[in-house]
Design a protein around this ligand. Structure first.
Ligand code: AHR
Length: 675
């Protein structure tokens, strides 16, 4: 009995005993390097049905019958014919609905949307179609239906549209949904006997982001805005390269009237046969104009990335790429893009921007050339791009890439080549495991892992763009709390090194729960709901609290017996899993401190704000798990884990104001203190 009691007491003591106090100092007297306004941002790629079926508000799949299987996404019945001499040159297909031959028979078609069509009771949806009536008049009935419903009628909303001309014209009506259905279908019946031709059949929620036609799904776009991102990288990712060059993302195909934007096969249809979606295409309805507009709306610096003439290097050999003497059209794409974004309204490409409704320039400042390329194939191709860009647009910052590795021979070779070519930034990609993010991975393989990664980077030459990164748990590749916490820990190193790291974007951004190929991802959704992952909140906590200048935050080196050497707090041995960084915000005159406790034990910390005097009130924002490291947010529990606000009182100390706190186990906490 006694022994059992002793064991229980010891266990209790172990679970509540905190480690010795960790003393840190922030030098508030010396304001350090500027934190670039672009620092924490977003990386958008059309992977996981992020564009069509995701951020792009369109609810109809294969709206122009341009998929190689023309009726993919559709079910047609009765007398339906496919034709290809429609009004839109680059999307020539359309359907003709004709008399089924008997008064009790029907002609029509039905669209399944993207994993169904999500509609909400009482909300309005904008249906539009290009149509003509070969006999001068015809009528269609447009319905929202649920085939599986046990109601008497499958349709719960219907409108009739009279087609009144033999010429092609756009018809538009608003349908109010009488029900909430996450997986409805759109059905169109031909009424009567008179034939009708239909093209570009479209359905959007009326309530899009900023209320725009051809707009974005509001909840998803608002989630982006809510982060306060500094930069927005688009359109990818591997889709910039394509599985083959002819399916690479081509921005010129994504501008002008949506009806005439040609279809492209999505590269992510090809990649993983164990998560295969045969109907993954790009309508380009969310194109470069819409991307630039979104950047403006969410106040993020646009960072487009274009092809350097290489098809995806993972998937191809030399012969798949554009040869050196075939690069001019790719180079022109870069030059013309600057004109499209920034050129005067009387320039060729600036005129198109103006016609699309944006005469003012988008003020693009960065251009990525090549996505995740490596080796000589890349370096030699990049040269003529850089030359042409420098000659014509020396003000544009060029972003090169170090390839898919976080370190190693090819990574070093990439950095060297970017230095030689004087790229302004190098786009680094690292999807790594827990140990890498914590800095405890095998250093012989991963010498640059963890939050000290950038401390040793040369300050001469290109800046860093951490363009794709995420912690992928070993055997746990999903959005759970633990990996997000380690991302927060790692990011203290990004923040401390803001003099060399100009921007950083977590990846990927979006995923449809019914259509993903890759995880973890930052924001998940189905047709009606969405949730923000814990990684989203980590990014948001950094982005909204990035301050304007770095402050030095140090502690006594636990490895230095004399205790004189001071080092950053980056999870080194003896730090008990603590990571920390600090910035000053000159706009609010506040000190911001971020502390991440990655240990399984609460950690008492005492942080002296050297140079400040007297007591101070601090506000806190804390992100912690709700019981298990595997905790995650879900569609059913979207806010299970989210940052929680709090308060704390700082006291006067010997060297300055002192903030004392006990950081709970596995917790990210940030503090704001007025200077
Ligand atoms: O983010 C997913 C993919 O990872 C990107 O398309 C590519 O750049 C990287 O390999």
């Amino acid at each position: 009995m006694k022994l059992r009691f002793l064991a229980f007491s010891l266990a209790l003591a172990a679970s509540t005993t905190a480690f010795a106090q960790h003393e840190m100092e922030v030098n508030t007297k010396k304001v350090g390097a500027e934190v670039s306004p672009t620092m924490y941002g977003l990386f958008f790629e059309d992977i996981n049905f992020a564009a069509d079926g995701g951020l792009y508000g369109e609810l109809v799949k294969n709206r122009s019958f341009e998929f190689p299987q023309a009726y993919m996404g559709w079910r047609v019945f009765g007398n339906v014919e496919l034709k290809d001499d429609g009004p839109f040159e680059r999307c020539p297909h359309y359907v003709v609905l004709s008399d089924p031959g008997h008064k009790e028979r029907r002609t029509g078609l039905q669209n399944e949307g993207f994993f169904g069509i999500g509609v909400e009771k009482g909300k309005e949806y904008r249906f539009s179609v290009w149509a003509k009536a070969p006999k001068g008049k015809s009528q269609i009935r447009v319905q929202l239906i649920n085939e599986q419903a046990m109601y008497e009628r499958q349709n719960f909303s219907e409108v009739k549209i009279d087609i009144s001309s033999m010429e092609w014209a756009k018809y538009e009506v608003v349908i109010k949904s009488a029900r909430t259905e996450p997986k409805a279908n759109l059905r169109i019946f031909l009424s009567g006997k008179d034939p009708v031709c239909l093209e570009h059949v479209s359905l959007f929620p009326k309530d899009t982001y900023k209320g725009r036609k051809n707009g974005l799904r509001r909840d998803l776009a608002e989630a982006l805005e809510d982060i306060h991102p500094g930069v927005f990288r688009f359109p990818g990712g591997c889709i910039v390269e394509g599985t083959t060059l002819d399916t690479r993302y081509q921005w010129k195909n994504t501008i002008g009237p949506v009806e005439n934007r040609p279809l492209n096969k999505n590269r992510w249809e090809d990649t993983f046969d164990y998560r295969y979606f045969a109907d993954y295409y790009q309508s380009y309805g969310l194109g470069f104009f819409e991307f630039f507009q979104l950047c403006e709306d969410i106040k993020a610096e646009p960072l487009p990335v274009l092809s350097v003439g290489l098809a995806c290097q993972f998937q191809n050999k030399e012969e798949a790429h554009a040869a050196m003497d075939e690069l001019q059209p790719f180079i022109d794409d870069c030059l013309d893009l600057v004109e499209f974004a920034n050129g005067p309204v009387d320039s060729k490409w600036g005129k198109i921007r103006a016609e699309m409704g944006h005469p003012a320039p988008f003020n693009m400042k960065y251009l990525g050339i090549g996505n995740e390329q490596w080796d000589t194939h890349y370096y030699e191709r990049l040269k003529p791009f850089v030359k042409a860009m420098r000659e014509k647009y020396p003000e544009i910052k060029i972003v090169g890439t170090s390839g898919p590795d976080s370190e190693g021979k090819m990574f070093d070779k990439g950095w060297e080549a970017m230095k030689v070519q004087k790229a302004d930034l190098v786009d680094e990609h690292y999807y790594r495991n827990e140990e890498w993010f914590l800095g405890t991975a095998d250093r012989s393989k991963y010498p640059n892992c963890g939050a000290l990664r950038y401390d040793s980077y040369s300050r001469k030459g290109p800046k860093v763009f951490a363009g794709e990164y995420a912690c992928h748990g070993k055997g746990k590749k999903w959005n759970h709390f633990e990996t997000s916490l380690y991302e927060a820990a790692f990011m203290t190193g990004i923040e401390r090194n803001a003099d060399i790291v100009e921007m950083a974007t977590y990846a990927p951004l979006f995923a449809h729960v019914d259509g993903w190929q890759w995880r973890p991802d930052m924001i998940w959704y189905d047709n009606l709901r969405m949730f923000k992952s814990v990684s989203y909140y980590v990014q948001q906590m950094y982005a909204r609290n990035k301050g304007t200048n770095v402050l030095t935050l140090t502690t006594a080196d636990p490895q230095d017996a004399k205790g004189k050497k001071r080092v950053p707090v980056a999870g080194q041995e003896g730090m008990d899993g603590l990571f920390a960084s600090s910035v000053y915000d000159k706009n609010t005159d506040e000190i911001v401190i971020k502390v991440v406790n990655t240990s399984k034990t609460a950690q008492p910390v005492s942080i002296s704000l050297n140079g400040m005097k007297g007591e101070r009130a601090a506000t806190t924002l804390t992100l912690s798990h709700s019981g298990s490291m595997d905790d995650e947010n879900t569609l059913d529990q979207p806010e299970k884990i989210r940052p929680v606000e709090g308060k704390l009182q700082c006291i006067d100390g010997k060297k300055g104001t002192v903030l004392s706190d006990q950081i709970p186990a596995m917790t990210f906490r940030l503090y704001h203190i007025k200077k």
